[in-house]
Design a binder for this molecule. Structure first.
Ligand code: GRF
Length: 215
């Protein structure tokens, strides 16, 4: 049984998509894999409610309670390691993690980012996309590396940008795709269909177009 730990900071809709998909696809029997814990760095994260609804144990590790970034990373790692995870998912986790944290989880730590990386790393990606005037936008799931939003790309989902799109309408359409993309990637990682090898993503037993969701 592959053990998944999800890290969140807020709304938790990506967490909810993982939990919902895991139930619908019967991951415990079919993969097998299970989300064993949810950890939030904010006590007021709405996503904690999704964990409670689905009966997944949740812990809050508030970053403000730690004297330094390193101390927070160490506290977070201890909380994660208590669950002996095979896969750690940053599902809307909004803290930058330090090099030793990243090294500890290399190859089993993935993130979802709301742009077609490598364009528009960082925050306010939908605003960046509208300002740049791009016609195609989307979301990326990638392995986490020391470069923020810079790790090896696993899969991407693309949507068209419409002439009258606002940040909100664009965000909503990208989010729909995020909810399709992230659960698939988590499942494939648990199944060993994707793997980080020498900084690149190795793929096996997946259809050629599985990692590119277009339209
Ligand atoms: C998502 O857009 C995700 O890509 C980004 O933060 C947002 C989190 O949303 N990293 P939610 O908490 O999963 O609803």
């Amino acid at each position: 049984m592959k053990r998944i730990v999800c890290l969140i900071s807020g709304r938790g809709s990506n967490l909810e998509s993982i939990l919902r998909t895991a139930e619908a696809e019967r991951w415990e029997a079919e993969v097998p894999a299970r989300v064993v814990a949810v950890i939030s760095n904010r006590g007021d994260a709405a996503g904690l409610g999704h964990a409670a609804t689905r009966g997944v144990p949740a812990t809050v590790i508030e970053h403000q309670r730690f004297a330094s970034r390193e101390a927070f990373d160490a506290g977070l790692a201890a909380a994660i390691d208590a669950h002996a995870p095979d896969v750690v998912v940053l599902a809307g986790f909004m803290r930058v993690l330090g090099a030793s944290f990243v090294a500890r989880y290399t190859g089993r730590l993935i993130n979802i980012h709301p742009s077609l990386l490598p364009v528009f790393p960082g925050l306010a990606t939908h605003r960046q996309a509208l300002a740049a005037g791009v016609r195609v936008h989307g979301a990326t799931v990638h392995f986490v590396s020391n470069e923020v939003d810079g790790g090896a790309i696993i899969a991407q989902a693309a949507i068209g940008v419409l002439p009258d799109d606002s940040e909100e309408t664009l965000a909503a359409r990208v989010l729909q795709r995020e909810h399709m993309l992230l659960p698939r990637c988590v499942r494939w990682l648990c199944e060993g269909r994707i793997e980080l090898v020498n900084g690149r993503v190795a793929v096996r037993n997946l259809p050629p177009d599985a990692l590119a969701l277009v339209g």
